[in-house]
Design a protein. Structure first.
Length: 312
């Protein structure tokens, strides 16, 4: 069978690239030194794109791929894909939902624990041999605390269940009230005023850009910690840095940033922030399942079968 020309827009793991190379001719756009030359050479032949959750496939790039049929995202978030444009041009989009829900929720839960119990600082304290001079300062308990979840999708719900197991109460904000027992806040500001932990779990993209702004952080206040496992774009990072520096909020636990993999120096200097390198879904088990979905969606498409996980 003739191999299908594909464009790869992100650095992807070997266990995904191996089956992709077996079935397709993969052109590495991400590492190409002269991206324009690569597009001039192979653009008119490309029939599929593979990209990651945090990467982008802008319209000017897609316009140079007249035979493009499918974009397969190695991730649940497809905010980097112009989905309306794709729909209008008959291009299918797929992602990898469900298989990463538990790991991302575990990461959010870990960030809540790390920030409340100051576990990273405690680890540094021990390594600095400070324990011999006295005990580590007391931290804050989770039981009885209130979590406000922004975006109660699959991941938001899995986070809620974990935090309830820690004895916390849960409320949420989103586009609409859902048929769940957790309290709904139509106002994000009111949710932030109530919350000890404001947890961002909504999709990225234009609709949620800088949803967490200076006003929301002020409402969260000195009792509050911001957790973000969604997309860096949802939080106004400049406002967040100011809020962390001046004690407007107590702390932050972040797995995602506005301009990954760049993290502002000022944010790295914040002692009250726990920062992770976008590893929410980063386990062997989950990333292999995500890779399987990418490969199976492409195979389904190119053999005329329905997609396993269609976005459109
Ligand atoms: C991955 C993600 O980090 O699922 C998403 O939307 O951002 C992550 O799971 C990413 O897609 C893998 O590179």
């Amino acid at each position: 069978m003739e191999k299908i020309p594909m464009l790869v827009l992100a650095p992807l793991p070997d266990f995904l690239m191996a089956p992709l190379h077996a079935a397709h001719v993969c052109h590495d756009y991400f590492h190409a030194e002269d991206k324009n030359a690569l597009l001039s050479e192979v653009g008119t032949e490309i029939r599929g794109i593979v990209m990651a959750g945090g990467s982008v496939s802008p319209v000017p790039l897609l316009e140079r791929l007249p035979k493009l049929e499918i974009i397969s995202v190695f991730g649940v978030g497809y905010d980097g894909v112009p989905v309306d444009w794709c729909q209008g041009h008959g291009i299918r989009v797929t992602n990898t939902p469900d298989v990463l829900t538990e790991d991302v929720a575990d990461t959010a839960s870990a960030l809540v624990l790390m920030t409340s119990r100051r576990l990273i600082a405690a680890n540094r304290f021990l390594h600095a041999e400070a324990w011999t001079r006295g005990p580590f300062p007391l931290a804050h308990a989770l039981r009885g605390k209130r979590a406000g979840i922004v975006g109660l999708g699959r991941i938001g719900k899995a986070i809620a269940q974990r935090l309830e197991a820690h004895g916390m109460s849960v409320a949420y904000h989103g586009r609409a009230r859902q048929a769940v027992a957790w309290e709904y806040f139509e106002s994000l500001i009111e949710l932030a005023e109530m919350a000890d932990f404001l947890i961002v779990a909504c999709p990225g993209g234009a609709a949620t850009k800088h949803l967490i702004n200076a006003a929301v952080l002020t409402a969260l206040g000195a009792k509050g910690t911001l957790i973000n496992i969604a997309r860096g774009s949802v939080v106004d990072e400049t406002a967040l840095i100011a809020a962390l520096q001046s004690g407007i909020i107590r702390g932050a636990g972040l797995d995602v940033f506005e301009n990954e993999p760049q993290v502002p120096e000022a944010l790295m200097q914040c002692e009250n922030a726990v920062l992770l390198p976008h590893l929410g879904s980063g386990t062997h088990e989950t990333r292999h399942e995500m890779a399987r979905l990418v490969v199976e969606n492409l195979a389904a498409h190119f053999s005329g079968k329905p997609l396993l996980t269609p976005v459109c």
